[in-house]
Design a protein around this ligand. Structure first.
Ligand SMILES: Cc1cc2nc3c(=O)[nH]c(=O)nc-3n(C[C@H](O)[C@H](O)[C@H](O)COP(=O)(O)OP(=O)(O)OC[C@H]3O[C@@H](n4cnc5c(N)ncnc54)[C@H](O)[C@@H]3O)c2cc1C
Length: 459
């Protein structure tokens, strides 16, 4: 219990709002993206600037309060919030500044990827992120970050140039290749374990209009499509990205009415190469099968990034599990066909994201991302608006995952994990875990930042 005077002093020290259970907007402020998670923090500090973040970290440490850091609030197991403690909500720290000459962007810790893409697109530039615009920059980056631009430009962490951080002792530092190198190494995959990032600086690349969109094939063709996709991506240019999905066709545009609510497989493509070569790249895709829907067309990059936003609004129930995959074998494909189509709800899906290309050009201990040789990052996501289906979506995702796990590389992308225990976190970081634990010991010896895929301080 913290006395009211101390809380009032803390509140008065903030530029942003301090929301408590007695406040009218408390219930709304508690909500995160995954509605399956209902946590009731004692306080939510909506930090307006770095000074607020420093005050919040000092308050938490001095009062031994549990603390969670919230970026975009998209984390599957809800690690951007907690019960009883203090949530450091970064959402008001929302600004971007593009330097078109240097091809960099500075991003406030509370931005979503939609904020970043909007700012950089005006300059014909972008940096690799994910496939949904509402995801927070904070959590996605700190876990690694893979998406449409990954084959060509690497993971999000491979494009991180610097980060401003508030550490557990309340001090403010910058981590980059020149300053606090150990911290800079650790935050490129080690999650929110090392401090609160108040600003990210990313490298940008020339990306404006892309050629992309979905292609769909009938369920009966899944085995052949998966095998063909696996082999095609092996030799496809890095300009081409495509992620594979087993899905139920949403009943609305741009999908043709005759396919509404059909269980099918598909690939969502994003081509960023020369327009003159696009015809050659897309010809095999147009011809294979051929697809029941061929939705590839030129569009602004942010339009593709936002294409799933309406289908997956905040407030759905989510249960997901992931794995890295070295080789997509025929045996694994057969299991995907069996379990994938048992998906219990329209929103549930399985995605297989390629993480080859530029990702493979970085060494396994150059960043905490140990699986530099894995070819795929898989996620099985049970999703539905109705809380009554929580059990069904969770059981499906778990059983599907268990069947495929023996065909995986061992660990999983930290951002596609629920709270699955220390062994899973260790499996993900592999031989990098010990180095992460040593850096954790140096910067956060009492594990103040533990509401995350936690790396325990060494010793
Ligand atoms: C619909 C959807 C699509 C997704 N697609 C992709 C994808 O294509 N590619 C991909 O790589 N991932 C994807 N993800 C996973 C996503 O990367 C994770 O859910 C990530 O944790 C979300 O980050 P956030 O900031 O929104 O989450 P939050 O819940 O706010 O935070 C997640 C974790 O990061 C920490 N954290 C967040 N911000 C900071 C900060 N500034 N400083 C310190 N710690 C911080 C939090 O403490 C917490 O532990 C997707 C998620 C969803 C829900």
């Amino acid at each position: 219990m913290i006395d009211q005077v101390t809380i009032e002093e803390f509140k008065a020290s903030l530029r942003g709002q301090l929301i408590q259970p007695s406040d009218e907007d408390y219930n709304e402020a508690c909500k995160i993206y995954n509605a399956m998670i209902d946590r009731r923090p004692g306080m939510i500090a909506r930090c307006a600037n770095v000074a607020d973040v420093m005050a919040a970290v000092n308050f938490a440490r001095e009062n031994t309060t549990l603390v969670a850091i919230r970026g975009g609030g998209h984390n599957g197991p809800g690690l951007g919030t907690c019960d009883e403690g203090l949530v450091i909500d970064l959402s008001p720290i929302k600004y971007t500044r593009v330097d078109p000459q240097a091809r960099t962007v500075q991003v406030g810790g509370g931005c979503t990827w939609g904020d970043v893409d909007h700012a950089t697109h005006a300059f014909g530039l972008a940096t690799p992120s994910g496939i949904v615009s509402t995801t927070g920059v904070g959590g996605l980056t700190l876990g690694g970050g893979h998406g449409y631009l990954t084959r060509k430009y690497g993971l999000t962490i491979d494009n991180l140039l610097a980060a401003d951080m508030v550490l557990a002792d309340g001090s403010f530092v910058t981590a980059s290749a020149e300053e606090n190198k150990d911290l800079f190494w650790a935050i490129r995959g080690g999650g929110g374990n090392f401090g609160v990032i108040t600003e990210f600086r990313f490298r940008l690349h020339p990306v404006h209009t892309i050629i992309g969109g979905p292609t769909l094939w009938h369920r009966e063709q899944t085995t052949e499509v998966m095998q063909w996709f696996r082999d095609y991506m092996e030799q496809a240019p890095e300009d081409l990205y495509g992620f594979f999905a087993i899905l139920t066709v949403p009943p609305g545009p741009p999908f043709p009415e005759e396919l509404y609510l059909k269980k099918m497989c598909g690939v969502v493509w994003c081509y960023t190469g020369p327009e003159t070569e696009a015809e050659e790249v897309f010809q095999p895709i147009r011809e294979f099968g051929p697809p029941a829907m061929y939705g590839i067309q030129p569009m602004p990059y942010p339009a593709l990034q936002g294409a799933f936003d309406a289908l997956y609004p905040p407030g759905l129930q989510w249960y997901w599990k992931g794995d890295f995959v070295n080789e997509l074998t025929d045996e694994a494909i057969a299991l995907h066909v069996k379990h994938g189509y048992e998906m219990p709800t329209m929103h549930s899906t399985m995605h297989l994201y390629p993480i080859d290309g530029k990702t493979h050009q970085v060494g396994p201990d150059d960043t905490p991302w140990a699986y530099r040789k894995a070819k795929w990052s898989k996620v099985i996501a049970g999703v539905d608006p109705d809380p009554a289906n929580t059990e069904a979506i969770s059981v499906w995702a778990k059983e599907y995952w268990e069947a495929l796990h023996p065909h995986s590389a061992g660990g999983a992308y930290v951002n596609f994990m629920m709270e699955e225990g220390e062994d899973r976190v260790k499996a993900t970081y592999g031989t990098n875990y010990e180095r992460l634990a040593a850096i954790k010991q140096k910067y956060d010896p009492t594990n103040i930042f533990r509401v995350n895929q936690n790396i325990k301080p060494a010793g």
